[in-house]
Design a protein around this ligand. Sequence first.
Ligand SMILES: [Ca+2]
Ligand SMILES: [Ca+2]
Length: 72
Amino acid sequence: MADTNEYAATFNLVDSDGDQRISARELGRLMEVLGSPITLDQAEEAVRSIDSDGDGLISLEEFAAYLESARN
Ligand SMILES: [Ca+2]
Ligand SMILES: [Ca+2]
């Protein structure tokens, strides 16, 4: 089980509209800020690969689980 507290601050930064879900658009904006712009299609694909419950959005739990797995 991922420690979501560890990722909440990052998550909230990415979640610019504050609905507690990261959309493809928000992910795209993040990549732009990080200096690696991606297309909306690429952002949607990335969201699909992180989204484990299939609602098309990334929750904090999904975000934390993804970062945990990326770290190992
Ligand atoms: Ca959001
Ligand atoms: Ca989801």
